[in-house]
Ligand binder design. Structure first.
Ligand SMILES: NC(=O)c1ccc[n+]([C@@H]2O[C@H](COP(=O)([O-])OP(=O)(O)OC[C@H]3O[C@@H](n4cnc5c(N)ncnc54)[C@H](O)[C@@H]3O)[C@@H](O)[C@H]2O)c1
Length: 427
């Protein structure tokens, strides 16, 4: 099995290398032909007839052929042609990623709802739309898909997309269960394409800056992390439709309480981003409000395999306004090391009027605000990263195995709520 996987991945690499060689060979051929019998120089020869520069009919034909071939090859290799599968609420933010994307263009939109498919394709400037995502998967002009579907469809549609040879960016969480995630890990290992789970907090610039400061040893060895999410009343922001709420709170579709498995997947991902894999967790909840999941507050503790500790609070304050252009959630984070402390004061919400990143070290607080803080920008950056990586055949976060580990932490926290006891992650 392992040998077969290695062989298939080697075949994928050879294919990619051959296609790059083919484009380079054509450039060289075009260059050589252009030089015959003339002093013309330049990477892409132009065909022209003048009295001073004469080329034989045969040479001109070859030049034309080379030029057309090079242009086609450039068109094919330059930009990744992407299709969305699912065009609900989150697709509006994903569409930002293709407005000025130097590496990709959005070509098609698939949604089971015809009005949604048609109108969103028009809104996002995609030339094609369909109601059956299999039409999009069968379209040879599509190189990659962004899967933006309810959680029960993540596994089947990802498997079909990989089998169709499309690069895949899958919205978080990877799946609902570890068994489902295992099937994605196995399929990705057999596939030559690029697969990543898109968890946009990892593309949020203040969080990336904090990681860079940790790597630069600004706060010494990491000791602990506190992450707080305040849910309240949104002011403005993204509309979550009634249909979208229904599947989220149906455990068979959504997979578990949204504050832990839906929004919570972002927090679990950030814990792994800074501290590596989590080894054990203990979660507590206090129910409240009309919906047992949404109305509840959660208090979760964890330990990482690297020896770090942390708390993750998800607090519901039904009478509190949360200023945001997105969802009614505000995030605050504190990471303490042996030498200093780093804070992040915002993410999708913007409750605190403070710099996005603060560093305490050597008795002084320094504020950093020289970065993009708009949370929507993380979708733009994330789409650019994915397209560039797919064109280069390079893996980016979250790979299938880290995506599975992050899910393992969320599921262990949910299991801890049920058992009212500490749970070993992945156990
Ligand atoms: N911050 C974030 O990163 C963030 C925020 C919101 C949602 N999400 C994730 O995005 C994904 C989608 O969430 P959403 O809020 O857009 O949901 P949504 O309910 O608004 O949209 C889902 C869309 O999928 C379509 N659909 C359903 N079944 C289909 C099928 N068989 N074929 C084609 N289309 C089908 C629906 O018609 C709908 O338009 C989920 O994984 C969710 O967790 C991420």
């Amino acid at each position: 099995m392992a040998a077969a996987t290695a062989a298939e991945s080697a075949v994928g690499q050879v294919r990619k290398t051959l296609s790059v060689c083919c484009v380079r060979f054509t450039y060289i051929a075009a260059f050589v032909f252009s030089g015959l019998g003339s002093s013309m120089r330049g990477p892409l020869p132009q065909v022209e007839y003048t009295s001073t520069v004469y080329r034989s009919r045969c040479q001109v034909r070859l030049l034309r052929f080379a030029e057309t071939f090079v242009k086609e090859a450039q068109k094919m290799s330059d930009k990744l042609r992407v299709g969305f599968i699912g065009a609900g609420g989150i697709s509006r933010l994903h569409a930002l990623g293709y407005e000025t994307n130097p590496y990709a263009s959005l070509e098609a939109v698939a949604d089971i709802n015809e009005d949604t498919a048609r109108s969103r394709a028009e809104d996002y400037g995609a030339a094609k739309w369909c109601t059956d995502y299999r039409d999009l998967l069968g379209d040879p002009s599509i190189d990659a898909v962004e899967i933006l579907l309810p959680h029960d469809l993540h596994l089947p549609v990802t498997l079909e997309a990989l089998a169709a040879g499309k690069h895949v960016s899958l919205q978080k969480p990877v799946t609902r269960t570890l068994e489902e995630a295992d099937r994605i890990v196995e399929a990705v290992a057999r596939s030559p394409v690029v697969f990543r789970v898109f968890e946009n907090f990892r593309s949020y610039q203040p969080y990336i800056r904090i990681r860079e400061m940790i790597d630069a040893d600004e706060i010494g060895e990491l000791v602990s992390m506190r992450y707080r999410v305040n849910r309240g009343i949104g002011v403005g922001g993204v509309e979550v439709t009634p249909e979208s709420r229904v599947w989220r709170f149906d455990e068979r579709i959504g997979g578990g309480p949204p504050p832990i498995l839906d929004h919570g997947y972002h927090v679990a991902s950030m814990v792994e981003y800074y501290f590596g894999p989590v080894s054990r967790t203990h979660a507590m909840t206090r129910a409240g409000g009309e919906s047992p999941d949404l109305g509840a507050s959660y208090f979760i503790t964890w330990e990482s395999a690297s020896g770090g500790f942390g708390t993750w609070e998800n607090v519901y304050s039904p009478e509190m306004l949360v200023p945001t252009s997105f969802f009614a959630e505000d995030e605050w984070m504190e990471i303490t090391g042996t030498r200093g402390i780093l804070w992040s004061t915002r993410c999708s919400g913007r409750m605190l009027d403070e710099a996005p990143v603060l560093l305490y070290r050597d008795g002084k607080v320094r504020r950093f605000d020289d970065m993009e803080t708009d949370w929507g920008h993380s979708f733009r950056d994330g789409a650019h990263e994915f397209a560039k990586a797919a064109l280069e055949g390079r893996q980016i976060d979250l790979d299938s195995e880290s995506a599975r580990r992050v899910l393992g932490f969320c599921l262990a926290a949910i299991e801890s709520l049920r058992r009212r006891a500490e749970v070993v992650v992945g156990g």
